[in-house]
Write a protein that binds this ligand. Structure first.
Ligand code: GDP
Length: 201
């Protein structure tokens, strides 16, 4: 039985304001205040977890601020093992933009076999009363675009946040070809140093 820990890079993509930083923050710190991360410019947070007896360190990247620095997309997207395409259920335009985020990711991350790449779709802010995107509409999009898993999340009250990340890990581990790329964390340096080690990981 192996006890090796694998490092997986997961990236959250979607329109500004859909709750990417809040989801990351909820998952890693169990708090609902993404403001801190925007302010100090943290680019990723690490989270250790066990999925189906596999030890995994997730390196979760958020696009906070990246929307303003489009030229950084390539190093930011490259090497991702999974992409969480995120929209807000109270913002129909953010749902319509999912396809663009997917295309952009495939292009800049240089994904060789997009049909095999593990995308997971998050419809965030399910705690809000006024929805603009129905569950059925979102599920249909996921089905038609690659049979992606779909989770309705709330960073505010933590609904489905952990299970969505766990499913993301399962999807990565299930893609056999990618298994050979999994790197033990004891032999790898993180891609970029967080700007504040105290606030990160
Ligand atoms: P980002 O730009 O995609 O990283 O979005 P943020 O995480 O900065 O969130 C944008 C706004 O939406 C902030 O005011 C958050 O407090 C709010 N927000 C994020 N997630 C949720 C959620 O699940 N429910 C509600 N009601 N608000 C949320």
């Amino acid at each position: 039985m192996t006890t090796k820990t694998s490092l997986l890079k997961v990236i959250l993509l979607g329109d500004g304001g859909v709750g990417k930083s809040s989801i990351m923050n909820r998952y890693v710190t169990n708090k609902f205040d993404a403001h801190l991360f925007h302010t100090i410019g943290v680019e990723f947070l690490n989270k250790d977890l066990e999925v189906d007896s596999r030890q995994v360190t997730l390196q979760i990247w958020d696009t906070a601020g990246q929307e303003r620095f489009r030229s950084l997309r390539t190093p930011f997207y490259r090497g991702s093992d999974c992409c969480l395409l995120t929209f807000s259920v109270d913002d129909h335009q953010s749902f319509l933009n999912l396809g663009n985020w997917k295309k952009e990711f495939i292009y800049y991350a240089d994904v060789k076999e997009p049909e095999k790449f593990p995308f997971v779709v998050l419809g965030n802010k399910v705690d809000v009363a006024e929805r603009q995107v129905s569950t059925e509409e979102a599920r249909q999009w996921c089905q038609e675009n690659g049979d992606y898993p779909y989770y309705e999340t709330s960073a505010k009250d933590a609904t489905n946040v952990a299970v969505a990340f766990e499913e993301a890990v399962r999807r990565v581990l299930a893609v056999e070809e990618r298994t050979v790329h999994l790197i033990p964390t004891d032999t790898v340096k993180l891609h970029r140093k967080p700007r504040s080690a105290a606030a990160c990981c």
